[in-house]
Design a protein around this ligand. Structure first.
Ligand code: PRX
Length: 645
């Protein structure tokens, strides 16, 4: 057995699950023994969901980078920690061994220190998918600074809001990022985000694309210069060292902003000890990781999936993590298969959207690609339709690779519900069973457990979790009350996920999608209120309402109903202007797929928009719109139906 806490058969899954629920402290205490602690914890778990207060491994002292790097040096210094596949397949691959990773992280930690970063400071990271992004993340962790990675698809305005919320004084970025045939000018976007900002002191810029950038004296410094100088500080007679800062198990490790049903994204805070144990445990168990396996998670480190299953999970397990800079369809739709073939990938973890989009190219791009190294496949981020599941199973896994459908969230830190590859059964479209330590509960709108089956023989309800697992969020940055109201106040003593689910007679769960005003577009979470706010910023827009509709590739598309103030003679141009506004306020990922101009929106007498009706119309439903008698002006519904696109 590669890891003492690895679940290796079905009986063990059931017995470990039972132990984890009956005595979570004993169970997780045992798992945590397998990590490096400077000082052991005084108490494994203390919690209540009312405040909420959740503490795992209280009093424990550690540094997560000692667990992700240093502890592997003795036996695995020359083993690859990160294999980096560049955007352009012609460019040189980089293999970062654990020894090299150690050196680079020490150097970068020194760079941060030289630039005035201290324990607890927030460092915003806005970079493309280069190994330096991993060094930056781990460098922060090494000195106890809190990283806040922002996905490269967010706009200057979004960055400005996040910088402000986190009061971040430091930024690490690149001149630009390559993505397919595009070159995204990251530093220039940062410059826009910093107009009027009085908090940021330093911007560290890594050279990737050689896009011209402006470097402000006193504020902006080059990564390369800083690293070169730091090298002389951390390396003496060939020995590299940068003492890792001692952090408390409950010290914040990072902030990651995510959308909710209100207008403003919230900064989900994860702490150190519990998150480490959870990402590691779920990584080795879900994917049944074996030392030496090459794990390819196709997510971006700007999202939680990248944090947990490119960086912290694989590295804390001494694994090899493949990091890919590009996109699945460039230079052609065979890119993933080329990468699998070239690097002999054993585990491929991607999003249903990517699978659906590659499915659209047929099987030709798979021809001649040797995928025989693949052992396990995974999906994440959104429900997977059966057609895509079977395509993945047959054409990629050749029917010999278990597929894990992993359900989790930014807030959960790691996988909560998933089959364990080859250990527990898979069921297409179903996330199946909870991880040890996870107690799901389906409730009705009053918070009462659903005990009656529906007409299809399933239990159906809103998905909650009864007790904390080590990777649960601890707060939302700077606003604990927001954390309470968002997740712990809907139902008493329960964590509410915002998702709906069904459960079958075997206790398997299928996640049916969000039940709040959050969209899941290509596996990315976007709040409808956020998109509406952005649309409403456009001069001429009086009001808007945004809903999701089923989209063949993206899972959900964004449908916007917009009331515009003057007679728009050029609908097309106005629509483009609105898209431009959304791109500027949030980023290209939030652009509506469809915009329909309307004269009015269906509202109740109290002024509340009846989204249910708009959703149905966007879905193509014209007949059963439900009760419209409470509407202020029922005629608007007909007008909207007629104008549907
Ligand atoms: O609706 C669920 C969906 O993605 C949401 C979480 O989004 P985010 O925080 O961005 O994290 C995505 C990556 C972990 C959930 O509330 N979701 C995630 N995984 C699945 C899923 N829906 C169905 N099946 C999944 N496997």
């Amino acid at each position: 057995m590669a890891y003492p806490y690895q679940v290796t058969n079905l009986e063990q899954y059931h017995s470990d699950y039972k132990k984890s629920i009956e005595d979570p402290e004993a169970f997780w205490g045992n798992v945590a023994e397998n990590f490096v602690w400077r000082k052991k914890w005084d108490r494994v778990l203390d919690w209540n969901f009312t405040e909420p207060k959740i503490e795992w491994f209280r009093g424990g002292k550690l540094n997560i980078t000692e667990n992700c790097i240093d502890r592997h040096l003795e036996t695995m210094a020359d083993k690859p920690a990160i294999i980096w596949e560049p955007n352009n397949p012609e460019e040189r691959v980089r293999v970062v061994t654990y020894a090299r990773l150690h050196k680079r992280v020490c150097q970068f930690a020194q760079v941060l220190k030289n630039n005035g970063v201290k324990k607890g400071d927030r460092v915003c990271i806005y970079m493309g998918m280069v190994p330096e992004l991993a060094y930056a993340v781990l460098g922060c962790a090494r000195i106890g600074a809190i990283h806040s990675v922002i996905f490269g698809g967010f706009s200057a305005q979004s960055i400005a809001d996040r910088l402000e919320d986190a009061q971040a004084a430091f930024i690490v970025t690149c001149d630009g990022a390559f993505r397919g045939n595009k070159d995204i000018p990251l530093k220039s976007i940062i410059d826009d985000a910093l107009i009027g900002n009085k908090v940021v002191q330093k911007v560290i810029v890594f050279t990737r694309t050689r896009t011209p950038v402006s470097m402000l004296k006193g504020r902006d410094v080059w990564w390369e210069d800083e690293m070169e100088f730091a090298e002389t500080q951390v390396e003496k007679d060939g020995v590299v060292s940068f003492p890792a800062e001692e952090t408390d198990a409950e010290d914040a490790l990072f902030i990651l902003y995510t959308s909710g049903s209100t207008g403003k994204p919230k900064g989900v805070v994860h702490t150190t000890g519990g998150y480490m144990v959870w990402t590691n445990y779920t990584f080795v168990n879900t994917f049944q990781y074996q030392p030496g396996d090459v794990h390819f998670c196709t997510a971006d480190i700007g999202w939680i999936t990248g944090h947990s299953y490119i960086v912290y999970g694989p590295l804390s397990a001494g694994g090899t993590s493949l990091m890919f800079e590009g996109i699945p369809t460039w230079p052609d739709a065979g890119r993933f298969w080329d990468i699998v073939d070239k690097h002999k990938v054993n585990i491929l973890y991607t999003a249903p959207t990517a699978i659906r989009s590659l499915m659209g190219f047929g099987t030709a791009p798979l021809q001649g690609k040797d995928l025989s190294s693949l052992k396990i496949l995974g999906t994440v981020g959104e429900p997977i339709n059966e057609e895509a599941w079977h395509w993945y199973n047959e054409n990629v896994g050749k029917k010999k690779c278990p597929i894990v459908d992993t359900w989790w969230q930014t807030e959960t830190g790691g996988v909560l519900i998933s089959n364990l590859a080859g250990i527990t059964d898979a069921k297409p479209g179903w996330a199946t069973l909870p991880m040890p330590g996870v107690q799901p509960l389906l409730v009705d709108e009053h918070g009462k457990e659903v005990t009656q089956k529906d007409e299809n023989g399933f239990y159906k309800g809103n998905l909650c979790i009864k007790a904390p697992w080590p990777g649960i969020l601890r707060t939302t940055y700077g606003d604990h009350e927001r954390c309470r109201t968002n997740y712990f106040a809907t139902y008493e003593n329960l964590y509410f996920t915002g998702d709906g689910a069904i459960k079958d007679e075997n206790g398997f769960y299928r996640i049916t999608g969000r039940v709040d005003d959050v969209l899941n577009v290509s596996g990315h979470r976007i709040g409808t209120a956020e998109v509406e706010n952005a649309i409403n910023m456009h001069a001429g827009v009086i009001e808007s309402a945004v809903v999701g509709y089923p989209h063949d590739i993206k899972g959900q598309g964004i449908y916007a109903y917009v009331i515009f103030d003057k007679k728009h003679t050029d609908d097309d141009l106005t629509k483009k202007d609105i898209l431009q506004t959304v791109t500027r306020i949030i980023g290209p990922i939030a652009k509506p797929d469809k915009i329909q101009f309307v004269k009015g929106l269906p509202k109740t007498r109290s002024g509340k928009i009846m989204r249910r009706i708009l959703r149905k119309i966007a879905e193509g439903e014209t007949q059963n719109l439900g009760d419209t008698s409470t509407l202020l002006d029922p005629d608007v519904v007909d007008e909207i139906k007629e104008g549907k696109i």
